[in-house]
Design a protein around this ligand. Sequence first.
Ligand SMILES: [Zn+2]
Length: 404
Amino acid sequence: MAPEELFSLALGLVPPWLVDDVTFQVEEKRLDIHINFPKGSHFACPVCGEECPVHDTREHTWRHMDFFQHEAYLHARVARVRCPEHGVHQIPVPWAREGSCFTLLFEALIMALAREMPVLTVARLVGETDTRLWRVIDHYVSEARTRVDMAHVHAVGVDETSNRRGHDYITLFVDLEARRLLFATPGKDASTFARFAADLEAHGSSGHAVTDVSMDLSPAFRKGAEEHLPNARVTFDRFHLMKLVNEAVDAVRRSEAFTQPDLKKTRWLWLKNEQKLKVKQKEKLQALLKDQNLKTAQAYQFRLTFQDIFTIKNRHQGATLLKAWLENARTSDLPPIVRVAYTIMNHWDGVLRWFESQITNGILEGFNSLIQSAKAKARGYRTHKNFINMAYLILGKLDLRLPT
Ligand SMILES: [Zn+2]
């Protein structure tokens, strides 16, 4: 068997396509495979499938999988056929997508690598620019997303994540049951919900089908949910509520530290769960708690009780205990705790809803840390589009249907 024939087989070419020349350039570590078709060949018209004569051809080059240490390139004259009915059309080639400078197999390699490591690293590995690779990723992610069926989405978690430090947000919408990222969009205002509702409609559902949503207390999110997920009952995420209480405890500690220097550098003693503290930290905490007059210790008790209440799975019981907590908090002489009490009272329905829905943004916390660690490894993303495509790739459970 001639080497050209071997390469034809290896590439899975079917007639009229065949390899008619193979050249190795040892110095450049480069393998060039030239694909051709015999004179007089016919190709199917892309519109009607009728076999038509070739009108003209254009030379194309595609990067293919490396052949050992050699970079491999395919070259072919891509034909345009002239259909008596449909005119002149370029025919698709079986080894590459139209418009791509990579073969399908090379793209499959890029996608497999991009799931595991930063795109810049992939770019360095394969010797291509990351811009070219992002284009491939965008194609496969967008295409896979057209196939996503959202008909069974009922409970949704919403949270924002940051693209760059301090500003520039992306809002994530997650299916809490299927545990997948449904939709990501720039911004953290109410319009993110409008775009999410439109995306639901593009995937066989609608904003009306969502019955439960978990989120923080952001007024923009509340407005968005009210307008675009009209049937959704809001549960305020208990991790966010806990964070408010923690911030109040820390505010009490910071102001008390002026008169009680012992409280300096004890932030985490009061905010971490006791079983997660080291022995020395536990001892220090126990010693501080002995002082009954310590305001920070009082605030800490509010925190512990609040946390306990949010383990109860009965609405009536939860409501009773939470009301008692609010009453104590509201009348305490700890201003930050009083403020939290009023915040919770002003969000009462959504706070109470947790005791029935039991939904939280827990999964979003995990998603967020995966996104942030990918982002850190990638040293950030230049564009929102890249950021969002990466989030879909990692968390979207997409069926990419890569060529094999
Ligand atoms: Zn035709």
